[in-house]
Ligand binder design. Structure first.
Ligand code: GLY
Ligand code: MN
Ligand code: MN
Length: 490
C-alpha cells in the first residue's frame, strides 16, 4: 500500500459516458500463455524456507513498499524493498504495494503474494489512473502471470486485510516495519500491542538482513555480472574523458556516460555516481558532480551498475585524467594500492570482517607516518587512544554488498562488524587517502590529491575472488589500459 492515491488532476477533463462505453471495446485479448519463471524464483523459495525456520509459529508480513512522491504528482522511479526482492525474486520496478505473507502451518510456511493485478479494461483505472492504469504505466500482471513468474500463490491486495485479521488473537504477527508505513499501521492495529510488537518486528528485520550475508550461487553470478557491466561503463568513461575535459562541467559528463551504460545494461546505477575530479575526490560522497575535469588532475570514479535483479556492483578507480600519473599522484596511489592489497589478502574465510580493515589501515598509517603527517607514531595512531590517521581516511575499509550497496545493514554487530567472513559473502575493500587542498598538515605537493581504490570481493572456500578484477588496479596497468582506450601509443 502506498501513500494515498493521487487525486485526478484538475487538468484532466471529465470522461463522457460515451467515452466510458467506447474505451473497453475492440482490444486484442490478453495473452493466455504464461511467462517463464524468474531465474531467481527457485532460489527465493529456499530463502523463504530458511526465514520460516527462524520463526516457525509467526505470520511474517513483508511489504514491497509503495510509490513515493518526488514532487507534486510525480513519483520517484519505483524500487521494491530489498528484503521483499530477496524473498520473491522480483526486481526492477516490481511490485508497488505488493505484500508477501508467510503463513505458519504444520508443514512450514505457506507463502502468498498479495498484489494489485491488472484491472479489466472496463475499469476506470485502465484509462484514468496515471499511477497504476494500463494506458499510463503499461500492462500489469494478472494473478496467474505473477504466480507463473514467482512460483508463489498470488491473491489480490484487496484480500490482504481479511488475511491479516484471520486468527489474529492466536497468531504471532511480525511485519517488516520500514517497508510500508500503511501496512505497518494496519498490522499494529490488528495486533494491538505495539510496544512488544516492535521488538518482534526488529528481530524480523535483523533476520532478513542476516539472511543476505551469505550469497547463494545465483547471487554470486549476479554480482559477477554487475561487476562486468560496471567495467563496461568505466571503459566508456575513459574513452570519453577528452570530451569531458573539452566541454567543461566534465564531472556531469562522466556521470552521464556511466549512467547511460547503467540504464542500458542494467536497471539503474546502484547508488548516485561519485565523479570527483581534483580536490573533489576528498569529499567522500561527492555527488554534486558539477566540477570541471581538468588535464593533470585525478578523477575518482565510484560507480556501480545495478542489474534488473537489483544486485549492484560498487567499484572505485582513481584515474589520471590525461592518462599519466604525476610522481606525487603516483606516490599516494601506490600507498592506497598497497593498503588495498593488504586488505584483499586478509579477506579470507575464517578471518573477521575487522581483520580486513586492520590490514588496510595499518598500511595507510605507515605512509602517513612516512610522509610526516601524523603527530604520533603510526602504532600510536592505530591504538585505542589514537586514531589520528582517520583525519585522512575517516571511513571504514569494507561493507557487505548485494541487493543494497550497503547490504545487510540491520545485521547484528557480532555478525557484521565483528563477524567472521564465510564463503559466499561479498564485501568491498576500499581504502583511500584523502589530502584536502586546505589541509595545512599536508606537504604542498600532495595537497588536493584524493585516491580510493575499491573492489568487490567474494569470499570463497579457499580464499577470495575479486569480482571486479577485470578493471586494472596498479598505476602501470591503469596507464596502459587508458592508453589503449584512448588510442594512444606513446
Ligand atoms: N559508493 C559508496 C561506497 O563505496 O560505499
Ligand atoms: Mn563501497
Ligand atoms: Mn563505492
Amino acid at each position: 500500500m502506498s501513500e494515498p492515491q493521487q487525486k485526478i488532476p484538475n487538468r484532466q477533463s471529465p470522461f463522457s459516458e460515451s467515452f466510458k462505453a467506447f474505451i473497453p471495446e475492440a482490444w486484442e485479448p490478453y495473452p493466455t500463455d504464461l511467462p517463464d519463471p524468474l531465474a531467481a524464483a527457485q532460489w527465493a523459495k529456499a530463502r523463504r524456507e530458511a526465514l520460516g525456520e527462524l520463526f516457525p509459529a509467526a505470520r511474517l508480513v513483508i511489504p514491497a513498499g509503495g510509490l513515493k512522491v518526488r514532487s507534486n504528482d510525480t513519483d520517484y522511479r519505483y524500487r521494491p524493498h530489498s528484503g521483499f526482492a530477496h524473498l520473491t525474486g522480483l526486481g526492477t520496478d516490481r511490485e508497488p504495494d505488493a505484500v508477501l505473507v508467510l503463513e505458519p502451518s504444520d508443514a512450514g510456511h505457506e507463502a502468498t503474494l498479495f498484489f494489485q493485478p491488472r484491472a479489466p479494461r472496463t475499469d476506470r483505472q485502465f484509462y484514468a489512473d496515471a499511477r497504476y492504469g494500463e494506458m499510463w504505466v503499461g500492462q500489469r500482471d494478472s494473478l496467474d502471470e505473477m504466480a507463473a513468474l514467482t512460483g508463489l500463490h498470488c491473491a489480490p491486495i484487496s484480500e490482504l486485510t481479511t488475511h491479516l485479521e484471520k486468527n489474529a488473537d492466536t497468531t504471532q504477527i511480525r511485519v517488516l516495519r520500514e517497508a510500508d508505513s500503511q501496512v505497518t499501521a494496519q498490522v499494529d492495529q490488528i495486533r494491538g500491542t505495539v510496544a512488544e510488537a516492535t521488538t518482534l518486528d526488529e528481530e524480523l528485520s535483523v533476520a532478513l538482513s542476516e539472511l543476505r550475508l551469505v550469497k547463494d550461487a545465483y547471487e554470486a553470478d549476479q554480482m559477477r555480472a554487475a561487476c562486468a557491466a560496471t567495467a563496461v561503463g568505466f571503459e566508456a568513461v575513459v574513452r570519453d574523458l577528452p570530451e569531458a575535459v573539452r566541454r567543461g562541467r566534465g564531472e556531469r559528463w562522466v556521470e552521464g556516460i556511466f549512467g547511460l551504460h547503467a540504464r542500458h545494461q542494467g536497471n539503474a546505477v546502484g547508488y548516485d555516481t561519485i565523479a570527483a575530479a581534483g580536490d573533489h575526490a576528498n569529499t567522500l560522497h561527492w555527488i554534486g558532480n558539477d566540477g570541471d575535469v581538468a588535464d593533470g588532475d585525478l578523477l575518482l570514479l565510484d560507480a556501480g551498475v545495478e542489474l534488473d535483479s537489483l544486485y549492484t556492483a560498487d567499484i572505485t578507480r582513481t584515474l589520471p585524467i590525461n592518462g599519466r600519473f604525476s610522481p606525487a599522484q603516483r606516490r599516494v596511489y601506490d600507498a592506497v594500492l598497497e593498503a588495498q592489497e593488504a586488505g584483499i589478502a586478509a579477506a579470507q574465510p575464517g578471518a573477521t570482517f575487522g581483520d580486513v580493515h586492520k590490514a588496510a589501515i595499518a598500511v595507510v598509517a605507515k605512509y602517513l607516518e612516512q610522509w610526516g603527517l601524523l603527530p604520533v607514531t603510526a602504532q600510536e595512531s592505530l591504538g585505542d587512544e589514537g586514531g589520528h590517521h582517520r583525519r585522512w581516511m575517516v571511513h571504514g575499509t569494507s561493507h557487505h554488498l548485494g541487493i543494497d550497496v550497503h547490504d545487510c545493514a540491520q545485521a547484528r554487530t557480532e555478525n557484521y562488524r565483528e563477524g567472521v567472513l564465510r564463503p559466499g559473502m561479498v564485501i568491498t575493500v576500499e581504502p583511500g587517502i584523502y589530502l584536502k587542498a586546505t589541509d595545512l598538515l599536508v606537504p604542498e605537493e600532495l595537497r588536493g590529491i584524493g585516491v580510493r581504490i575499491e573492489d568487490d570481493i567474494l569470499i570463497t572456500e579457499d580464499g577470495n575472488e575479486n569480482l571486479s578484477g577485470m578493471l586494472p588496479r596498479t598505476a602501470d596497468d591503469v596507464e596502459a589500459w587508458m592508453a589503449g582506450l584512448l588510442g594512444r601509443r606513446d
